[in-house]
Ligand binder design. Structure first.
Ligand code: SAM
Length: 243
């Protein structure tokens, strides 16, 4: 782990990054769901549906939804009968999620504050591990990938969906302008928090390209590590298996 890591475009100590990421999500928790719709034009719902279709959750399976936040992915998997543990480092995000789950009377969910880099679960506890729009916020990504592998059973599946920068020339420029100019302004108007949304945009820009992240997943010991880019690589579904 280097002495200095990126918090968005700024270099800070690893502990400071973890603390500041915590502050970002505590600040956005109550407005997180409405902001997702505004920032993606509702498209995050389609990406999440597609992601869960790839995971193929089965009734009774134990799934860890890491960095699960307010529960969007966990709800979709629980509706298919999976037993989902929603884990996140941020208690404020989980609190909003638990409230939403109660309103929907959803069963099969449990909630736990956890740091993806050092999980409290036993080895081989889960059939599948999911992490959506979460891993780019984790300070020590290789440590989180090793932990994912440790807590999966033999044959367990790893699935991650994350943003990156697009490779489509015209679209990349358009998206960049939208991300750096429009998203922080929406954050200011809707959530009165321009800085947090500026961090979210910068963290996307800094996340490795799909092929580089696929190599990190393989490096952590997952077999058949694969990357399925969508929208010119703006969003990619990564997968791997524990042999
Ligand atoms: N997965 C949810 C979704 O797709 O709507 C939430 C994604 S939200 C953009 C990112 C989440 O990652 C936040 O809830 C944040 O607290 C969580 N997070 C950041 N660093 C983490 C860490 N080291 N361990 C666990 N969760 C973390």
């Amino acid at each position: 782990m280097p002495d200095q890591v990126n918090f968005g475009d700024e270099l800070v100590s690893p502990d400071e990054k973890t603390r500041r990421v915590g502050a970002v999500f505590s600040s956005v928790a109550r407005r997180y769901d409405v902001m997702n719709d505004l920032m993606s034009g509702g498209m995050h719902r389609l990406w999440k549906d597609r992601f869960v279709n790839r995971v193929k959750p089965r009734a009774g399976e134990r799934i860890l939804d890491m960095a699960g936040g307010t529960g969007d992915i966990a709800f979709r998997m629980a509706q298919r009968g999976a037993l989902v543990t929603v884990a996140d480092i941020n208690a404020d995000m989980l609190e909003v999620g638990e409230e939403r789950a109660r309103q929907r009377s959803l069963a099969g969910l449990s909630w736990k504050v956890e740091n993806a880099e050092k999980l409290s679960f036993d080895d081989a506890s889960f059939d599948a591990y999911t992490i959506v729009f979460g891993i780019r916020n984790v300070t020590d990504i290789p440590a989180a990938l090793r932990e994912a592998r440790r807590v999966l059973k033999r044959g367990g599946r790893f699935y991650c969906m994350e943003f990156s920068s697009s490779d489509w020339p015209g679209f990349a420029r358009l998206y960049d302008a939208f991300a750096s100019e429009v998203i922080p302004r929406i954050g200011k108007v809707v959530a009165n928090d321009e800085e947090s949304y500026r961090y979210l945009v910068e963290s996307i820009r800094r996340f490795p390209r799909p092929e580089a992240f696929r190599a990190m997943v393989a490096q952590a010991g997952f077999a058949r590590a694969a990357a399925e880019p969508m929208l010119g690589g703006l969003v990619t579904i990564h997968s791997g298996w524990k042999i």
